[in-house]
Design a protein around this ligand. Structure first.
Ligand SMILES: NC(=O)C1=CN([C@@H]2O[C@H](COP(=O)(O)OP(=O)(O)OC[C@H]3O[C@@H](n4cnc5c(N)ncnc54)[C@H](O)[C@@H]3O)[C@@H](O)[C@H]2O)C=CC1
Length: 404
């Protein structure tokens, strides 16, 4: 078994489009309402927090020693992402009372695990090692009741994941092969990669996929779709090669037409709510412009003339690698306005720029870019009066762990 990057159950990429708020850090259910199991789980978590690294190492040591058959499901080098599975499980357990959000999150996680080859029989092995590791490092607070609480939480978590994977098996492949059909190097380190999936790939504008290259087996990274669904079925991604980013460097510097990558199922909820006419205020930083472009295309296809205001931030003029496309879209669509905010020229950073325009009270907000931009962007949007529930973005926790 393997894991997507650690979840933020109150703000997972997978939550329903109608619940749009994305807290930068998870907000567990109010403590006074916590169930007895949640209290015990949180006590364990608080105890192991200072030695989290040791818990992680011990967990994987137990798993691979006692269940060597699971080792091939993980990447050869575990350094970068070794604690993702554990973090996902621990965070889910900590939010065990928050079922309304946790269940859709876990369903998505279960579906996403199909591409790793995860089987229902693997779950008990993982649970056993989880409890083995926690009981060792939380010895001072461990009791029969604590263990029972963890068993109940893990049973719930794994059952939701197993059921979701089984249901998904009936309607979708575990992964898609996709052939690179175009590779456009826009800057020395940003490429627009276009692929043709081997089977229809249904998704919504604003979502993302996990991507595995042939050069780094079992290492998956998330990339947002850079277009709304197209009639020719092609998908495109904007990829920036980042230092020590195995997948991103392979996609930018190595991939060429004819190469075949693998795609996991689409995920994410930064999608357009077509049931309203509200405007869209979109902030795209760097390659974060990719899903914003997809959202603009989506609004255009739905034919409603909703105002869409895009702020496109980049470090230098040269980094505005997709500005021509965005300006072309602006020329075609009178309801669209695109403003480039270049760090070196502007006196303000991208999120602050929105304060100079507006009013924004009739707008839903969409943020896409580096984690720092998302965090300050949410603050800026709240500052101009956009309520939390009208602000959408992918989980900051995942962005920290991905994009490489
Ligand atoms: N769905 C999403 O949210 C997506 C996120 N990304 C992420 O976007 C990032 C793109 O990287 P680069 O192109 O190198 O971007 P970058 O680091 O060059 O930043 C782009 C722009 O964002 C703004 N910005 C950056 N940090 C900020 C901060 N702390 N506060 C305020 N504004 C800030 C600035 O205007 C900057 O020019 C990656 O981390 C990638 O994972 C990319 C695609 C989709």
């Amino acid at each position: 078994m393997h894991a997507e990057p650690p979840p933020a159950p109150t703000a997972p990429r997978s939550h329903p489009p109608s619940s749009v708020s994305q807290a930068p850090s998870p907000a567990p259910a109010p403590r006074e309402d916590a169930s007895p199991d949640a209290v015990l789980i949180r006590r364990t978590m608080a105890t192991v927090a200072p030695v989290a690294d040791k818990v992680t190492s011990y967990f994987y040591a137990l798993l691979f020693v006692h269940h060597p058959e699971l080792r091939p499901l993980f990447p050869a080098a575990m350094d970068a992402q070794r604690d993702r599975l554990l973090k996902a499980l621990l965070t889910a357990a900590e939010h065990i009372d928050n079922t309304g959000v946790l269940v859709p999150y876990l369903q998505n996680l279960g579906r996403g695990h199909r591409k790793y080859g995860t089987e229902p029989a693997h779950y008990p092995a993982v649970g056993e090692c989880l409890i083995g590791s926690l009981s060792r490092y939380a010895e001072s607070v461990w009791s029969d009741e604590t263990e029972a609480a963890w068993v109940r939480a893990y049973t719930t978590i794994s059952q939701v994941m197993i059921d979701a994977a089984a249901a998904d098996e009936l309607r979708a492949p575990a992964w898609w092969h996709a052939e690179v059909v175009a590779h456009d190097l826009r800057t020395p380190d940003v490429a627009v990669v276009t692929v043709r999936p081997d089977q229809p790939y249904p998704f919504l504008a604003g979502q993302y996929a996990s991507v595995e290259t042939p050069w780094w087996p079992r290492i998956w990274r998330h990339y947002s779709f850079a277009s709304a669904p197209r009639s020719d079925g092609l998908l495109s991604f904007h990829v920036k090669a980042v230092p020590a980013g195995w997948v991103s460097n392979a996609l930018v510097h190595r991939a060429r037409p004819g190469d075949v990558i693998r795609l996991g199922p689409p995920a994410g909820s930064m999608t357009v709510d077509h049931s309203t006419d509200s405007g869209l205020l979109c902030l795209g930083g760097g390659t974060g412009i990719a899903p914003i472009k997809a959202l603009v295309e989506d609004v255009a296809e739905h034919g409603k003339r909703r105002p869409v205001e895009v702020f496109y931030g980049a470090r230098t003029d040269h980094d505005l690698y997709d500005i021509d496309t965005m300006l072309r879209l602006q020329q075609t669509h009178p309801w669209l306005s695109v403003r480039a905010i270049v760090d070196q020229q502007a006196n303000v950073q991208l999120p602050d720029a929105i304060r100079e325009y507006g009013p924004w009270n009739e707008f839903d907000a969409y943020l896409s870019g580096p984690p720092g931009m998302i965090r300050s962007g949410v603050d800026a949007l709240r500052g101009v009066g956009i309520p939390f529930e009208r602000i959408r973005h992918d989980s900051v926790e995942e962005l920290v762990a991905t994009g490489s």
